[in-house]
Design a protein around this ligand. Structure first.
Ligand SMILES: [Fe+2]
Length: 241
């Protein structure tokens, strides 16, 4: 079996609010492996300003972890990426290669302030699309201005944006509102990826299995396979979804 693909994880130790040590990161990887994950993209937070690249630091820390991971879990493939806090410098950082895209493809994982206006979100995503990137909105359930009407999400997807939700939100572990919103997005068929957004072993662990079982049961095998595996496989091959 090919295994599941987790496209959002804070697995690189000591570079953001994710894994606090290499030992923790390796235990998180082992946990993800037990959950059926066979490919994972490391997506440390990047808040890029011109001339303030931390690419080298991130890439060196990633390579170290990848080496250890290969020794302990040879069947688990780790890829380099980032979760970008969008700013007016983002496109510049991507074009100069100072911000890592997801696994070296044209897909980029972006986040915004949860309260940001729909118009700002739309023009930012448009910027990325026009510059040749395929933007994925990280934990799309967090943007309450966006989730009032499903039509807004439809517009963004039609424009070339992709949507990712956190497994914990779908399971109701991030509160009632997040559960309600993810339910309506799932029902609309607009969602592209379910990922862990894991930060640690306890409160935000790299768990997918429970969510996968629920998704299969409620929305069917085909959609579940797309959300946990097939769309992410296309991403890794830099194909359109
Ligand atoms: Fe994240």
């Amino acid at each position: 079996m090919e295994g599941y693909i987790d496209i959002h994880s804070h697995i690189i130790p000591k570079v953001d609010d994710g894994a606090e040590s290499t030992e923790t990161a390796l235990r998180m990887l082992a946990l993800a492996y037990r959950e059926g994950v066979r490919s994972m993209i490391a997506t440390p937070h990047v808040s890029y300003k011109k001339n303030e690249s931390r690419y080298r630091q991130l890439s060196a820390a990633f390579s170290k972890l990848q080496e250890k991971s290969e020794q302990e879990l040879p069947d688990l493939k780790l890829y380099f990426g980032s979760e970008i806090y969008y700013s007016q410098d983002t496109v510049h950082g991507l074009e100069t290669g100072e911000i890592p895209t997801l696994a070296g493809t044209s897909y980029v994982l972006v986040e915004f302030t949860p309260s940001c206006e729909y118009r700002y979100l739309k023009s930012s995503l448009q910027n990325l699309v026009m510059s040749g990137f395929k933007p994925i909105i990280a934990h799309v359930e967090r943007y309450y201005n966006l989730n009032k009407e499903i039509r807004m999400l439809e517009d963004l997807v039609a424009m070339g944006a992709y949507l990712q939700s956190n497994a914990m939100s779908i399971l109701g572990e991030n509160g009632r509102e997040a559960k309600k919103v993810t339910k309506s997005i799932l029902k609309s068929g607009l969602l592209h990826f379910i990922a862990t957004d894991s930060h640690n072993e306890s409160s935000r662990p790299p768990k997918l299995e429970k969510c996968l079982t629920m998704t299969r049961k409620r929305y069917g095998e085909k959609y579940a396979a797309e959300l946990f595996m097939n769309n992410a496989r296309k991403l890794l091959n830099d194909q359109y979804i």
